[in-house]
Structure formats: structure tokens, C-alpha cells
Ligand binder design. Sequence first.
Ligand code: SF4
Length: 312
Amino acid sequence: MSNKYIYGPVPSRRLGRSLGIDIIPFKVCSYDCIYCQLGHTTDKTIDRKEFYQPSLILKELKEFLNQDIKADYITVSGSGEPTLNSELYEIISQVKLITDIPVVTITNGSLLWDKEVRYALKEADLVIPSMDAVSDEIFKKINRPDRRLEVSRVLEGLMEFSGGFQGKIYLEIMLVKGVNDSDSEIYKMKDIIQKLRIDKVQLNTVIRPPSEKSAVSLNNEEMTNIKEKIGADIPVEVIADFERTSKAFYNIDIENEVINLLKRRPCTLVDIANALGIHNNELIKYITEMKRKNVIKSYSIDNSEKNYYKVY
Ligand code: SF4
């Protein structure tokens, strides 16, 4: 079955088996993060739109669930920032009516100052917002936001959301070496974290191929040091997956299809996803693992910003 909106379930270290709902076209986002695994943002905006009819998304989800698919979470995210979808409340509340599987929304948190966005998220069981910077200069460097966004406004939104939301909140911080990992930024983040009502902090780093080559990961020891600096009353965990992808979730047929395609011609992530009918967010797990196994490698042509993949 070819699906437009639903993909997976895909393995997720923090969510188990995650059935994804993509409610945003590629790549509409309020940020253009230097570490983005999907590549550059092509439509940078904070203007919310319907994008897709909720009834079409829900129809596809029902068909999926009728196949008796097991999932630990239904994850509302996308090929961009999901809170930009103005029908988010309708989508989440309707999903809650058709299944008992908990619903999580992964968001960059940039629009939480908007009360309609906070309202839209209220039926979710878990929300995972990001906070990669608290200083204006670092915010602009790492997240490259829409020009109408100020870090102070984003942080106020996060504060307001965390105070009113009834479900669980895991705050994700993506750490990039030399960009947002200085002691001064980490301790400023800690000050903000202590004012938030959140369940835990999850520290991540650049494990998957980033949008910019300059986005480099921290190692395990550096991540643990930061965990200790932030850790206090709120649990902090390192979720960066330095280990291999779990074999239980790895479909060798998909790996072989990627190899066969790349033997014919080098492709970008989006080329591969389109050619094989696999969602970007699922494919990226295979690409990461295949790079780690030295089956494929990435390169750019004439210093262009696009990452191409080819077999070794
Ligand atoms: S990482 Fe998320 S927030 Fe950042 S550019 Fe990519 S999709 Fe947008």
C-alpha cells in the first residue's frame, strides 16, 4: 500500500515502535537548523496553513490500524514543523477518538507563544519540544529561524506551554560541537530548564547526516559531562544513539533496494525516498546505519549544499 501521510512503524530509542503521521509538506519549517537530517528548508515560514485535509490523513490512519499494526506511539511530526499545520487540533483530537495508542507530537517549539498552537497540542499525551539555544546569537546560528522569530519570544512560549499542558513533556536539546555546547550557554539553558514544568530533558547530538557539514557531533563523554552540568531536580538523559540500529527493526530488503538504486546513480535522501516509496524519516535510519557500516558514503557536488549518496 502506498501511503502519503502514514509511515512506519519505525524504531525509536525513546518511543519504541513509532507510527508516524506526516502533516507537513517537505520542507516547510520555521527553522533551517544546521543539523537538520532532512536538508535545507525550502519554505521558511511561521504562517500556519491547512496543508492537507484532516479527513484524508485520518482515513489513511484508519486503514493502517485495521491491518493490526502494533505501535507504542503515534507520532505527529513531518517533513518540517508540524505546528505549522493549522488543523493540528482537529488531527490530534480525531486520532485520540479512533485509537488508544498514545499520541506524541515532536515540535521545534518555535510557535508555542501562539495560544492556538498551545490549544492544538492539548489532547496529545506527550509533547517533545526542542530548545537548542537561549542566547540570540546562538539561536540564529544553530536554528536559522524565520526572521520574525526572537529567541525570547520562543522561550516565553515554552514557559507558558509547560505551565499549562496536562500531558508529559520531554525537552530535547540538540548539541552541536562548538556551537551551543559552551559552559556559558549550557548554564543559561539550565536556568531556563529550572523554570519549566517538564518531565525530563533529553540530550541529543548530530548522529545522522546533517544539512551542514559544519554541524559536528559531541562524543559520548562530552554528552555525559553536559548531562551532569544540567542535571539537578529534573531527570536528564542522553538519547543520542551511538549504538547500531536494533536488528529487530532493520529490514535488509530496504538496505538492498537502496544499494541497487545507488549502484545505478548517486542520489540525495529525497531522491531515494521518492524512488523507493519510503518516508524520509524512516529512510534516514537506514542511511545512517549504512554509512556507519561503510556500505555507502555521502559527498557534495561542486560545494553545493546537497548531500548525495553512493555505494563504496
Ligand atoms: S531539524 Fe526540525 S526544526 Fe530544524 S529545520 Fe529540520 S525540521 Fe525544521
